[in-house]
Design a protein around this ligand. Sequence first.
Ligand code: PHE
Length: 444
Amino acid sequence: MTEKNLNSNEWGNNLSFILAMIGSAVGLGNIWRFPYVLYSCGGGAFYIPYFVAVLTLGIPFLILEYGMGYNFKASFPKGLRTINKKYEFMGWILPLSIFGVSIYYCVIIGWIVIYVVLSFYKGWGDNTDKFFDQTILQSSTTGTNWFIVWFVSHKQLEKGIGRFNKILVPSLFVIMFFIVIYSLTLDGASIGLKILFKPDWSLLKSFSIWTSAYGQVLFSLSLGYSEAYTYAGYTGRDTDLVTSAIITTIANCGFENFCALGVFSVLGHMSKVKSTAITKLVSQGTGLVFIAYPAVLNILGKLAYVIGPAFFLSVLFAGLTSMLSMIEPFSFSIQNKFTWSRKKTATIEIIFGAICSMLFATGYGNELLGHVDNYINNVLVLFSIAIECYIFSWAFDIKRAMRTLNDRSKSIKLGWWWLAIIRVILPIIIIVIWFGTLYEMFSN
Ligand code: PHE
Protein backbone atom coordinates (compact mmCIF):
# COMPACT_ATOMS: atom_id res chain seq x y z
CA MET A 1 0.00 0.00 0.00
CA THR A 2 1.35 3.40 -0.88
CA GLU A 3 1.87 6.15 1.68
CA LYS A 4 -0.91 8.18 0.07
CA ASN A 5 -3.45 5.37 0.36
CA LEU A 6 -2.52 4.80 3.95
CA ASN A 7 -3.05 8.41 4.82
CA SER A 8 -6.40 8.52 3.13
CA ASN A 9 -7.42 5.57 5.28
CA GLU A 10 -6.99 7.34 8.60
CA TRP A 11 -9.52 8.81 11.01
CA GLY A 12 -9.41 12.58 11.32
CA ASN A 13 -9.22 12.28 15.11
CA ASN A 14 -9.94 9.93 18.01
CA LEU A 15 -13.54 11.01 18.25
CA SER A 16 -14.18 9.76 14.72
CA PHE A 17 -12.77 6.37 15.66
CA ILE A 18 -14.78 6.03 18.87
CA LEU A 19 -18.01 7.18 17.25
CA ALA A 20 -17.46 4.84 14.32
CA MET A 21 -16.91 1.97 16.75
CA ILE A 22 -20.01 2.87 18.74
CA GLY A 23 -21.90 3.24 15.45
CA SER A 24 -20.84 -0.24 14.48
CA ALA A 25 -21.66 -1.77 17.85
CA VAL A 26 -24.99 -0.06 18.42
CA GLY A 27 -27.24 -1.59 15.82
CA LEU A 28 -30.27 -3.76 15.32
CA GLY A 29 -28.72 -6.20 17.80
CA ASN A 30 -29.28 -3.66 20.57
CA ILE A 31 -32.78 -2.50 19.74
CA TRP A 32 -34.26 -5.48 18.03
CA ARG A 33 -32.52 -8.40 19.69
CA PHE A 34 -31.39 -7.50 23.22
CA PRO A 35 -34.75 -6.72 24.90
CA TYR A 36 -36.10 -10.05 23.73
CA VAL A 37 -33.00 -11.99 24.80
CA LEU A 38 -33.05 -10.35 28.24
CA TYR A 39 -36.71 -11.18 28.70
CA SER A 40 -36.56 -14.75 27.43
CA CYS A 41 -33.31 -15.68 29.19
CA GLY A 42 -34.24 -15.27 32.80
CA GLY A 43 -34.93 -11.52 33.08
CA GLY A 44 -32.87 -10.05 35.92
CA ALA A 45 -31.02 -13.36 36.29
CA PHE A 46 -29.63 -12.89 32.78
CA TYR A 47 -27.35 -10.13 34.10
CA ILE A 48 -25.06 -12.70 35.69
CA PRO A 49 -24.06 -14.47 32.46
CA TYR A 50 -24.25 -11.16 30.62
CA PHE A 51 -21.66 -9.44 32.84
CA VAL A 52 -19.48 -12.53 32.88
CA ALA A 53 -19.55 -12.44 29.07
CA VAL A 54 -18.75 -8.72 28.98
CA LEU A 55 -15.77 -9.22 31.29
CA THR A 56 -14.34 -12.39 29.80
CA LEU A 57 -15.18 -11.83 26.14
CA GLY A 58 -16.38 -8.29 25.42
CA ILE A 59 -13.70 -6.01 26.81
CA PRO A 60 -10.63 -8.30 26.58
CA PHE A 61 -11.36 -9.43 23.05
CA LEU A 62 -12.18 -5.93 21.83
CA ILE A 63 -8.81 -4.80 23.19
CA LEU A 64 -7.15 -7.69 21.36
CA GLU A 65 -8.78 -6.79 18.03
CA TYR A 66 -7.90 -3.12 18.48
CA GLY A 67 -4.32 -3.90 19.42
CA MET A 68 -3.81 -6.22 16.47
CA GLY A 69 -5.49 -3.87 14.02
CA TYR A 70 -3.20 -1.05 15.10
CA ASN A 71 -0.16 -3.28 15.13
CA PHE A 72 -0.54 -4.49 11.54
CA LYS A 73 -2.22 -1.45 10.00
CA ALA A 74 -3.24 -3.68 7.13
CA SER A 75 -6.29 -5.70 6.16
CA PHE A 76 -7.08 -8.82 8.18
CA PRO A 77 -5.79 -11.34 5.60
CA LYS A 78 -2.64 -9.29 5.08
CA GLY A 79 -2.03 -9.01 8.82
CA LEU A 80 -2.42 -12.75 9.32
CA ARG A 81 -0.15 -13.40 6.36
CA THR A 82 2.55 -11.37 8.10
CA ILE A 83 2.41 -13.83 10.99
CA ASN A 84 2.42 -16.87 8.74
CA LYS A 85 1.46 -17.35 5.09
CA LYS A 86 -0.77 -20.29 5.90
CA TYR A 87 -3.09 -18.08 7.96
CA GLU A 88 -3.99 -15.81 5.07
CA PHE A 89 -6.81 -18.08 3.96
CA MET A 90 -8.42 -17.85 7.40
CA GLY A 91 -8.00 -14.10 7.12
CA TRP A 92 -10.38 -13.99 4.15
CA ILE A 93 -13.16 -16.00 5.78
CA LEU A 94 -14.08 -13.38 8.36
CA PRO A 95 -14.32 -10.28 6.15
CA LEU A 96 -16.31 -12.36 3.68
CA SER A 97 -18.67 -13.69 6.36
CA ILE A 98 -19.46 -10.28 7.73
CA PHE A 99 -20.07 -9.09 4.20
CA GLY A 100 -22.49 -12.04 4.01
CA VAL A 101 -24.21 -10.85 7.18
CA SER A 102 -24.53 -7.36 5.68
CA ILE A 103 -26.53 -8.82 2.82
CA TYR A 104 -29.37 -9.92 5.08
CA TYR A 105 -28.87 -7.13 7.62
CA CYS A 106 -29.65 -4.79 4.75
CA VAL A 107 -32.96 -6.56 4.19
CA ILE A 108 -34.00 -5.79 7.76
CA ILE A 109 -32.91 -2.19 7.31
CA GLY A 110 -35.07 -2.22 4.18
CA TRP A 111 -38.11 -3.13 6.31
CA ILE A 112 -37.24 -0.28 8.65
CA VAL A 113 -37.17 2.20 5.76
CA ILE A 114 -40.71 1.11 4.90
CA TYR A 115 -41.78 1.57 8.52
CA VAL A 116 -40.26 5.04 8.67
CA VAL A 117 -42.54 6.05 5.81
CA LEU A 118 -45.58 4.21 7.18
CA SER A 119 -45.13 5.73 10.63
CA PHE A 120 -46.14 9.15 9.32
CA TYR A 121 -49.68 7.91 8.71
CA LYS A 122 -49.85 4.59 10.62
CA GLY A 123 -49.91 2.90 7.25
CA TRP A 124 -49.65 -0.59 8.76
CA GLY A 125 -53.37 -0.67 9.58
CA ASP A 126 -55.04 -2.32 12.56
CA ASN A 127 -53.66 -5.79 12.18
CA THR A 128 -49.92 -5.19 12.42
CA ASP A 129 -49.20 -8.89 12.65
CA LYS A 130 -50.90 -9.75 9.39
CA PHE A 131 -49.45 -6.68 7.73
CA PHE A 132 -45.91 -7.72 8.60
CA ASP A 133 -46.40 -11.32 7.46
CA GLN A 134 -48.29 -10.65 4.30
CA THR A 135 -46.93 -7.37 3.07
CA ILE A 136 -43.50 -6.65 4.50
CA LEU A 137 -42.04 -10.14 4.33
CA GLN A 138 -43.03 -10.38 0.69
CA SER A 139 -41.70 -7.05 -0.43
CA SER A 140 -38.55 -5.43 0.69
CA THR A 141 -36.62 -2.46 -0.47
CA THR A 142 -32.90 -2.80 -0.03
CA GLY A 143 -31.80 -0.64 -2.95
CA THR A 144 -31.98 2.68 -1.10
CA ASN A 145 -29.83 1.35 1.74
CA TRP A 146 -27.16 0.03 -0.54
CA PHE A 147 -27.08 3.37 -2.27
CA ILE A 148 -26.60 5.25 1.01
CA VAL A 149 -23.89 2.82 2.07
CA TRP A 150 -22.12 3.28 -1.25
CA PHE A 151 -22.46 7.04 -1.06
CA VAL A 152 -20.73 7.10 2.32
CA SER A 153 -18.17 4.38 1.99
CA HIS A 154 -16.71 5.15 -1.42
CA LYS A 155 -15.45 8.49 -0.10
CA GLN A 156 -12.18 9.00 1.71
CA LEU A 157 -12.49 7.49 5.21
CA GLU A 158 -12.87 10.61 7.34
CA LYS A 159 -15.05 12.45 4.83
CA GLY A 160 -17.35 9.45 4.43
CA ILE A 161 -17.65 6.99 7.31
CA GLY A 162 -16.06 9.42 9.81
CA ARG A 163 -18.48 12.29 9.18
CA PHE A 164 -21.54 10.08 8.77
CA ASN A 165 -21.02 8.53 12.21
CA LYS A 166 -20.30 11.91 13.78
CA ILE A 167 -23.77 13.04 12.78
CA LEU A 168 -25.82 9.87 13.10
CA VAL A 169 -24.48 8.39 16.34
CA PRO A 170 -25.12 11.43 18.57
CA SER A 171 -28.52 11.96 16.89
CA LEU A 172 -29.43 8.36 17.55
CA PHE A 173 -28.55 8.65 21.25
CA VAL A 174 -30.47 11.89 21.68
CA ILE A 175 -33.63 10.63 19.94
CA MET A 176 -33.59 7.34 21.83
CA PHE A 177 -33.10 9.17 25.12
CA PHE A 178 -36.32 11.14 24.66
CA ILE A 179 -38.28 8.15 23.41
CA VAL A 180 -37.30 5.98 26.35
CA ILE A 181 -37.98 8.70 28.91
CA TYR A 182 -41.38 9.25 27.35
CA SER A 183 -42.10 5.49 27.34
CA LEU A 184 -41.29 5.27 31.03
CA THR A 185 -44.01 7.78 31.80
CA LEU A 186 -46.74 5.76 30.06
CA ASP A 187 -49.50 4.28 32.13
CA GLY A 188 -48.66 0.63 32.77
CA ALA A 189 -44.92 0.97 32.07
CA SER A 190 -44.11 -0.64 35.39
CA ILE A 191 -46.03 -3.79 34.40
CA GLY A 192 -43.65 -4.24 31.48
CA LEU A 193 -40.57 -3.52 33.55
CA LYS A 194 -41.59 -5.96 36.27
CA ILE A 195 -42.01 -8.72 33.70
CA LEU A 196 -38.74 -7.85 32.02
CA PHE A 197 -36.60 -7.91 35.13
CA LYS A 198 -38.38 -10.60 37.13
CA PRO A 199 -35.48 -12.96 37.71
CA ASP A 200 -35.82 -16.61 36.95
CA TRP A 201 -32.81 -17.93 38.85
CA SER A 202 -33.51 -21.52 37.89
CA LEU A 203 -32.50 -20.69 34.33
CA LEU A 204 -28.93 -20.02 35.44
CA LYS A 205 -28.45 -23.77 35.42
CA SER A 206 -29.48 -23.94 31.82
CA PHE A 207 -26.65 -24.00 29.38
CA SER A 208 -28.51 -22.04 26.74
CA ILE A 209 -28.72 -18.81 28.71
CA TRP A 210 -24.94 -18.76 28.97
CA THR A 211 -24.66 -19.36 25.25
CA SER A 212 -27.19 -16.60 24.62
CA ALA A 213 -25.24 -14.18 26.80
CA TYR A 214 -22.02 -14.84 24.91
CA GLY A 215 -23.87 -14.70 21.59
CA GLN A 216 -25.45 -11.37 22.49
CA VAL A 217 -22.21 -9.72 23.65
CA LEU A 218 -20.44 -11.01 20.60
CA PHE A 219 -22.93 -9.74 18.04
CA SER A 220 -23.76 -6.57 19.84
CA LEU A 221 -20.13 -5.49 20.21
CA SER A 222 -19.38 -6.55 16.61
CA LEU A 223 -16.68 -8.97 17.78
CA GLY A 224 -14.86 -11.67 15.91
CA TYR A 225 -15.50 -10.51 12.37
CA SER A 226 -12.34 -8.40 12.07
CA GLU A 227 -14.51 -5.28 12.07
CA ALA A 228 -12.95 -3.76 15.20
CA TYR A 229 -9.55 -4.87 13.88
CA THR A 230 -10.13 -2.99 10.63
CA TYR A 231 -11.40 0.25 12.19
CA ALA A 232 -8.53 0.24 14.72
CA GLY A 233 -6.06 -0.12 11.86
CA TYR A 234 -7.09 3.36 10.74
CA THR A 235 -6.17 5.02 14.04
CA GLY A 236 -3.22 7.33 14.55
CA ARG A 237 -0.35 7.02 16.99
CA ASP A 238 -1.90 8.79 19.91
CA THR A 239 -5.12 6.77 20.21
CA ASP A 240 -5.65 5.17 23.60
CA LEU A 241 -7.07 1.87 22.41
CA VAL A 242 -7.64 0.28 25.82
CA THR A 243 -9.76 3.18 27.04
CA SER A 244 -11.56 3.31 23.67
CA ALA A 245 -12.51 -0.36 24.05
CA ILE A 246 -13.95 0.33 27.51
CA ILE A 247 -15.89 3.38 26.30
CA THR A 248 -17.30 1.45 23.33
CA THR A 249 -18.43 -1.38 25.60
CA ILE A 250 -20.06 0.92 28.15
CA ALA A 251 -21.84 2.93 25.44
CA ASN A 252 -23.05 -0.19 23.68
CA CYS A 253 -24.22 -2.11 26.75
CA GLY A 254 -25.72 1.01 28.30
CA PHE A 255 -27.63 1.72 25.14
CA GLU A 256 -29.12 -1.74 24.81
CA ASN A 257 -30.24 -1.82 28.42
CA PHE A 258 -31.77 1.60 28.07
CA CYS A 259 -33.64 0.48 24.94
CA ALA A 260 -34.95 -2.56 26.76
CA LEU A 261 -36.50 -0.24 29.37
CA GLY A 262 -38.27 1.67 26.60
CA VAL A 263 -39.49 -1.37 24.70
CA PHE A 264 -40.93 -3.07 27.79
CA SER A 265 -42.53 0.09 29.16
CA VAL A 266 -44.37 0.42 25.90
CA LEU A 267 -45.45 -3.21 26.01
CA GLY A 268 -46.63 -2.75 29.60
CA HIS A 269 -48.73 0.19 28.49
CA MET A 270 -50.27 -1.80 25.72
CA SER A 271 -51.06 -4.76 27.93
CA LYS A 272 -52.85 -2.41 30.32
CA VAL A 273 -54.86 -0.56 27.67
CA LYS A 274 -55.81 -3.67 25.75
CA SER A 275 -55.98 -5.94 28.80
CA THR A 276 -53.80 -8.47 27.05
CA ALA A 277 -51.26 -10.63 28.83
CA ILE A 278 -47.86 -9.12 28.16
CA THR A 279 -46.38 -12.54 27.46
CA LYS A 280 -48.64 -12.68 24.43
CA LEU A 281 -47.25 -9.41 23.11
CA VAL A 282 -43.65 -10.50 23.29
CA SER A 283 -43.66 -12.90 20.43
CA GLN A 284 -40.15 -12.84 19.04
CA GLY A 285 -37.35 -10.46 18.20
CA THR A 286 -38.76 -9.29 14.89
CA GLY A 287 -42.18 -9.03 16.40
CA LEU A 288 -41.17 -6.46 18.97
CA VAL A 289 -40.15 -3.80 16.51
CA PHE A 290 -42.29 -4.64 13.52
CA ILE A 291 -45.48 -5.97 15.09
CA ALA A 292 -45.82 -4.93 18.72
CA TYR A 293 -44.39 -1.44 18.36
CA PRO A 294 -46.69 -0.34 15.50
CA ALA A 295 -49.60 -1.83 17.44
CA VAL A 296 -48.68 0.36 20.39
CA LEU A 297 -48.41 3.41 18.16
CA ASN A 298 -51.95 2.65 16.99
CA ILE A 299 -53.26 3.24 20.50
CA LEU A 300 -51.12 6.29 21.28
CA GLY A 301 -53.18 8.90 19.49
CA LYS A 302 -51.67 12.01 17.91
CA LEU A 303 -48.33 11.79 19.67
CA ALA A 304 -47.69 8.61 17.73
CA TYR A 305 -47.00 10.72 14.64
CA VAL A 306 -43.96 12.15 16.39
CA ILE A 307 -42.83 9.14 18.41
CA GLY A 308 -43.31 6.69 15.54
CA PRO A 309 -41.11 8.40 12.91
CA ALA A 310 -38.53 9.31 15.58
CA PHE A 311 -38.33 5.71 16.74
CA PHE A 312 -38.04 4.14 13.30
CA LEU A 313 -35.57 6.81 12.17
CA SER A 314 -33.31 6.09 15.11
CA VAL A 315 -33.49 2.36 14.38
CA LEU A 316 -32.57 3.20 10.80
CA PHE A 317 -29.57 5.27 11.94
CA ALA A 318 -28.42 2.45 14.19
CA GLY A 319 -28.72 -0.06 11.36
CA LEU A 320 -26.95 2.04 8.74
CA THR A 321 -23.91 2.84 10.88
CA SER A 322 -23.51 -0.88 11.66
CA MET A 323 -24.00 -1.83 8.04
CA LEU A 324 -21.18 0.50 7.00
CA SER A 325 -18.80 -1.31 9.31
CA MET A 326 -19.88 -4.67 7.93
CA ILE A 327 -18.71 -4.03 4.43
CA GLU A 328 -15.46 -2.31 5.46
CA PRO A 329 -13.30 -5.36 6.38
CA PHE A 330 -13.88 -7.03 3.01
CA SER A 331 -13.46 -3.76 1.17
CA PHE A 332 -10.15 -3.06 2.89
CA SER A 333 -8.96 -6.62 2.23
CA ILE A 334 -9.58 -6.22 -1.49
CA GLN A 335 -7.95 -2.78 -1.53
CA ASN A 336 -4.85 -4.24 0.08
CA LYS A 337 -4.69 -7.35 -2.06
CA PHE A 338 -5.25 -5.83 -5.48
CA THR A 339 -4.21 -2.24 -4.73
CA TRP A 340 -7.62 -1.07 -5.91
CA SER A 341 -8.89 2.33 -4.82
CA ARG A 342 -11.51 2.64 -2.06
CA LYS A 343 -13.92 4.06 -4.64
CA LYS A 344 -13.60 1.18 -7.08
CA THR A 345 -13.71 -1.49 -4.38
CA ALA A 346 -16.75 -0.06 -2.61
CA THR A 347 -18.62 0.31 -5.89
CA ILE A 348 -18.03 -3.27 -7.02
CA GLU A 349 -18.66 -4.76 -3.58
CA ILE A 350 -21.90 -2.88 -3.15
CA ILE A 351 -23.27 -3.76 -6.57
CA PHE A 352 -22.56 -7.41 -5.75
CA GLY A 353 -24.16 -7.09 -2.30
CA ALA A 354 -27.24 -5.41 -3.69
CA ILE A 355 -27.76 -8.20 -6.20
CA CYS A 356 -27.35 -10.90 -3.54
CA SER A 357 -29.71 -9.20 -1.11
CA MET A 358 -32.53 -9.52 -3.63
CA LEU A 359 -32.47 -13.21 -2.76
CA PHE A 360 -33.46 -12.44 0.80
CA ALA A 361 -36.07 -9.99 -0.28
CA THR A 362 -38.23 -12.79 -1.68
CA GLY A 363 -41.01 -14.68 0.07
CA TYR A 364 -38.42 -17.16 1.34
CA GLY A 365 -36.33 -14.35 2.79
CA ASN A 366 -37.24 -14.79 6.42
CA GLU A 367 -36.49 -18.49 6.44
CA LEU A 368 -33.22 -18.02 4.61
CA LEU A 369 -32.35 -15.23 7.00
CA GLY A 370 -32.86 -17.56 9.97
CA HIS A 371 -30.48 -20.18 8.55
CA VAL A 372 -27.75 -17.74 7.55
CA ASP A 373 -28.02 -15.90 10.86
CA ASN A 374 -27.81 -19.12 12.81
CA TYR A 375 -24.90 -20.51 10.85
CA ILE A 376 -22.76 -17.40 10.74
CA ASN A 377 -23.46 -16.07 14.22
CA ASN A 378 -23.58 -19.25 16.22
CA VAL A 379 -21.12 -21.48 14.48
CA LEU A 380 -18.68 -19.55 12.39
CA VAL A 381 -17.98 -16.57 14.53
CA LEU A 382 -17.31 -18.59 17.67
CA PHE A 383 -14.85 -20.65 15.71
CA SER A 384 -13.18 -17.48 14.49
CA ILE A 385 -12.84 -16.05 17.98
CA ALA A 386 -11.05 -19.18 19.18
CA ILE A 387 -8.73 -19.11 16.15
CA GLU A 388 -7.99 -15.41 16.58
CA CYS A 389 -7.13 -15.97 20.24
CA TYR A 390 -4.78 -18.75 19.25
CA ILE A 391 -3.03 -16.97 16.37
CA PHE A 392 -2.64 -13.61 18.06
CA SER A 393 -1.68 -14.79 21.51
CA TRP A 394 0.38 -17.89 20.81
CA ALA A 395 1.73 -17.56 17.26
CA PHE A 396 2.57 -13.87 17.63
CA ASP A 397 4.55 -11.78 20.11
CA ILE A 398 1.50 -10.57 22.01
CA LYS A 399 3.56 -9.17 24.89
CA ARG A 400 5.15 -6.56 22.65
CA ALA A 401 1.72 -5.45 21.43
CA MET A 402 0.57 -5.36 25.05
CA ARG A 403 3.39 -2.97 25.96
CA THR A 404 2.38 -0.63 23.12
CA LEU A 405 -1.24 -0.68 24.32
CA ASN A 406 -0.15 -0.01 27.90
CA ASP A 407 2.13 2.86 26.91
CA ARG A 408 -0.84 4.77 25.59
CA SER A 409 -3.46 3.67 28.07
CA LYS A 410 -4.63 6.38 30.42
CA SER A 411 -7.03 4.04 32.21
CA ILE A 412 -6.32 0.41 33.09
CA LYS A 413 -3.04 -1.33 32.31
CA LEU A 414 -3.10 -4.78 30.78
CA GLY A 415 -1.27 -7.51 32.65
CA TRP A 416 -1.21 -11.23 33.35
CA TRP A 417 -5.01 -11.26 33.78
CA TRP A 418 -5.54 -10.11 30.19
CA LEU A 419 -3.06 -12.65 28.83
CA ALA A 420 -4.72 -15.38 30.89
CA ILE A 421 -8.15 -14.53 29.47
CA ILE A 422 -7.00 -14.34 25.85
CA ARG A 423 -4.68 -17.33 25.95
CA VAL A 424 -6.56 -19.77 28.12
CA ILE A 425 -9.88 -18.75 29.69
CA LEU A 426 -11.69 -17.48 26.59
CA PRO A 427 -10.65 -20.39 24.33
CA ILE A 428 -11.81 -22.85 27.02
CA ILE A 429 -15.15 -21.06 27.39
CA ILE A 430 -15.67 -21.15 23.63
CA ILE A 431 -14.86 -24.84 23.40
CA VAL A 432 -17.26 -25.58 26.25
CA ILE A 433 -19.99 -23.56 24.51
CA TRP A 434 -19.45 -25.47 21.29
CA PHE A 435 -19.64 -28.88 22.88
CA GLY A 436 -22.52 -27.83 25.08
CA THR A 437 -24.46 -26.58 22.08
CA LEU A 438 -23.79 -29.79 20.19
CA TYR A 439 -24.84 -31.84 23.22
CA GLU A 440 -28.10 -29.88 23.55
CA MET A 441 -28.78 -30.30 19.84
CA PHE A 442 -28.42 -34.06 20.00
CA SER A 443 -30.13 -34.61 23.30
CA ASN A 444 -33.27 -32.81 22.17
N1 PHE B 1 -23.18 -4.84 16.40
C1 PHE B 1 -24.14 -4.78 15.34
C2 PHE B 1 -25.56 -4.84 15.95
O1 PHE B 1 -25.69 -4.93 17.14
C3 PHE B 1 -23.97 -5.86 14.33
C4 PHE B 1 -22.58 -6.02 13.78
C5 PHE B 1 -21.94 -7.24 13.90
C6 PHE B 1 -21.96 -4.98 13.10
C7 PHE B 1 -20.65 -7.41 13.41
C8 PHE B 1 -20.67 -5.16 12.58
C9 PHE B 1 -20.02 -6.35 12.75
O2 PHE B 1 -26.52 -4.81 15.24
